[in-house]
Design a protein. Structure first.
Length: 378
């Protein structure tokens, strides 16, 4: 049997080693490596370490950059030499597929390139992403889109937004929903759940938000709705995994009189994330836009009741199970909190949600990708 070589640019591990996209690529590469018809290579930036969770993936490091001194005399020569060495490195790959992990398209790549288009949030909300690095991100994305032989999306929403904003022509596309990380298919013991709740809120029941709190995540509206909810005396709001409160967030919480009820856990281990879902009364995800929306899938996989935005890809991910609301309307979010609490007693609904969330495996995802890769390589 001829094995197809899959070459993944590991840039994402240098940018966000523990983010959702990184976890996604680790699971995808592991599932591809389990197949008999593939050979998976991860090409990491110099000194970027490979994830411990990788199994059966061959890891390589790109050439180390040369920085001749003094830089004021040799900077241009160093950049030219580094570009030459990097281009030569990629040109040495003569067969297989190159898959960009984060909108990269290195000079020298001669094999068909596949681009994972995660979302178009920067393009859709330019007023929220107006720094030079955001503009560079869009430039890099457009170059990768121009050079790729095919594009992969995790949702129909992400595909439709990309086709509306980019001239893809007749290049093939694949929509393949992600699967849940195996981490979330198990359940912590009751003692660990109780210990997490004690650490997070002093033992009080809580409503959970997981992940970053970038402006498009819309957490400010969630805090405002929570402050008006008559259930806030009985349930804390726990903001988990998004870092410390910003100065603006802290001022908002204080001005609303919610200082004792809005709790924050800036960073969490994998075990803590699982425990957070199982210890929560429910999870609320008010994001304005997501290419996929892992927190919704993760919560459902833990049988945690969910309310989320009826926007972007989230209805694709959540299906019929979550309580949906308009993320731009604080009254809608507020109403959903009461409806969510009413739904918490419907154990059958959330057990069915768990079954549905866990039904798709990463081997299923890898099979979809492999069929796409083979079509491009033939």
């Amino acid at each position: 049997m001829t094995r197809l070589s899959i070459h993944v640019d590991g840039l994402i591990y240098a940018k966000q080693a523990h983010g959702g996209i990184s976890r996604n690529f680790t699971n995808l590469m592991n599932a591809l490596a389990r197949r008999d018809d593939t050979e998976v290579h991860l090409h990491l930036p110099w000194k970027c370490e490979s994830p411990e969770a990788l199994v059966g993936v061959r890891c390589h490091n790109l050439p180390q950059d040369i920085n001749w001194r003094p830089s004021r005399f040799f900077r241009r020569a160093s950049l030219s030499l580094n570009a030459y060495r990097t281009r030569k490195y990629w040109a040495s790959i003569r067969d297989g597929i190159f898959h960009s992990s984060f909108y990269s398209s290195p000079n020298g790549v001669a094999v068909p390139q596949v681009l994972s288009m995660q979302d178009t949030i920067f393009e859709d909300y330019p007023e929220l992403f107006d720094l030079p690095r955001h503009h560079q991100h869009i430039v890099d994305k457009r170059l990768a889109a121009e050079r790729c032989a095919g594009l992969v999306f995790s949702s129909v929403f992400a595909k439709d937004r990309t086709l509306a904003l980019y001239d893809i022509g007749r290049r093939p596309v694949l929509v393949a929903a992600y699967a849940i990380d195996p981490l979330f298919k198990g359940a912590p013991v009751d003692a660990d759940i109780a210990a997490f709740r004690s650490k997070a809120t002093g033992g009080r029941p809580y409503i959970l938000h997981v992940g970053s709190r970038h402006r498009h995540k819309n957490v400010v509206r969630l805090i405002e709705a929570y402050s008006r909810w008559d259930g806030n005396a009985n349930f804390d709001l726990l903001l988990a995994g998004g870092g410390e409160l910003s100065e603006d967030e802290a001022c908002l919480v204080s001005s609303l009189g919610m200082e004792g009820r809005v709790k924050v856990i800036p960073r969490m281990s994998d075990a803590d994330v699982v425990a957070a879902y199982h210890a929560a009364t429910a999870m609320v995800f008010p994001s304005l836009s997501e290419g996929f929306g892992f927190p919704v899938l993760e919560a459902l996989a833990c049988a945690c009741p969910v309310a989320c935005s009826k926007a972007a890809s989230l209805p694709e991910v959540g299906g019929r199970f979550p309580v949906y609301f308009d993320p731009t309307d604080i009254d809608s979010i507020l109403s959903s909190l009461s409806e969510l609490m009413d739904s918490c007693g419907d154990a059958l609904r959330w057990q069915q949600a768990r079954t549905a969330a866990c039904a798709r495996s990463w081997d299923d995802v890898a099979a979809d990708y492999m069929a796409f890769y083979q079509g491009l390589s033939s």
